[in-house]
Design a protein around this ligand. Structure first.
Ligand code: NAG
Length: 368
């Protein structure tokens, strides 16, 4: 009987994607009665809602505190919750204002957000015994070694401001003795840590950014200037776009980041490794010499190095191999060839002009 049920639910899970709550009263009573409910307000026709779907489902598996609402059917309800863009993810807790989720729309980050919200207070307390364990409790963790009340207040205010995104703890005085006040941060994903002793507001905001910006960030309209103004080369990774399935897309991006993280660290003085979404920058791939037209088909991301005015697309011919996996050697070999002057820059013509599909790949291969 039990086995039967498992098969049926697996079947349902695979057939129907979103599992929306359809009953309005049930939604309201869930929000009122549960300690915590994470709600995704989605609009099924909208692209970003569709991209969230596999991530949400993977995070929501066998959880009762995840609810999704189809706002195309329940527009009044969504309006009454003040929802104006899709998808919106919010944490609802009785007698508290809802907290909007602003992080990356991935299962991993959404679950981290929920774990953070479950902690009894925004600032945890740690001793020398459990400090190390706390350092890896979240993707980004801040630990204050502070003794004066005013410093603790500053730290608590910072924690309140960022408690939806990062985790904060104060170390017990016995763990740091008479040492000068300082704040440490740990970026678990990138295995990097930093320390600051300057507790001015201006510096703390900078410190938060320093600790939380991933080694391989997403390039956006608002941060591109930051990267272009340093004079370093930029290695663009263009994630594959649908119609390749979105979970394959996430898989490729994750495997790329994992593979090249050590390189991003090794070359950080010379090269910014960034994720450049063709959705955010529709012209970028073509400008970077990647116009092969196979981008959508093979479900794999593409690379191009931008060095001053020169552009070096990576145009391998193993794109047909279906079990391709990113590895650091491939990428480092590619960078090494450019550094040693063995690879000539893209001539700006092949593949870029006219409508010739596929000839970009041909021309590019000759270049390499
Ligand atoms: C660390 O240990 C102390 C003392 O046992 C305890 O009060 C504190 O809550 C612990 N912190 C965490 C984050 O578990």
């Amino acid at each position: 009987m039990k086995a039967c049920f498992a098969i049926v639910s697996l079947y349902l899970y695979q057939t129907f994607a979103w599992n929306h709550v359809e009953n309005k009263e049930l939604i309201e009573s869930t929000l009122k009665n549960n300690d915590r409910t994470l709600v995704a307000y989605i609009f099924p026709d909208e692209e970003h809602s569709q991209l969230l779907e596999p991530e949400w489902l993977s995070a929501a598996t066998s959880r009762k505190d995840f609810v999704s609402i189809d706002c195309s059917k329940h527009s009044k309800l969504c309006q009454s919750h003040g929802i104006s863009s899709f998808p919106t993810i919010r944490l609802h807790q009785p007698h508290k204002s809802p907290v909007r989720y602003r992080g990356p729309r991935t299962a991993h980050s959404i679950l981290r957000f929920l774990e953070r919200a479950k902690r009894p207070s925004v600032v945890s307390q740690v001793t020398s015994k459990n400090m190390t364990a706390f350092q890896s409790i979240d993707d980004v963790v801040f630990i204050g070694h502070l003794s004066s009340d005013i410093d603790k207040e500053t730290f608590t205010a910072l924690a309140k401001k960022y408690s939806d995104r990062f985790s904060f703890a104060l170390a017990s005085p016995s763990s740091f003795g008479a040492a000068a006040p300082k704040i440490e941060c740990f970026n678990t994903l990138d295995s990097v840590s930093h320390t600051t002793t300057d507790l001015s507001n201006q510096n703390l905001n900078r410190f938060i950014k320093l600790c939380s910006t991933p080694l391989i960030p997403e390039l956006t309209r608002s941060n591109e200037l930051l990267y272009y103004s340093t004079g370093k080369s930029i290695l663009h990774y263009f994630p594959p776009l649908p119609p390749s399935s979105s979970s394959a897309q996430v898989g490729d991006q994750e495997s790329y980041i994992k593979a090249v993280r050590p390189l991003a660290k090794k070359y950080q003085e010379y090269i910014h490794f960034v994720i450049t979404s063709p959705r955010e920058f529709p012209e970028a791939m073509e400008m970077m010499g990647l116009t092969g037209g196979n981008h959508k088909k093979d479900g794999r991301g593409k690379l191009s190095l931008q060095k001053g005015h020169e552009v070096f697309p990576l145009l391998g011919d193993d794109s047909s191999s279906s079990n391709f996996k990113w590895n650091a050697e491939v990428v480092e070999g590619f960078l090494g060839g450019i550094i040693r002057g063995k690879v000539r820059p893209w001539n700006g013509v092949s593949g870029g002009n006219g409508n010739g599909k596929g000839n970009g790949r041909e021309g590019g291969r000759d270049e390499l």
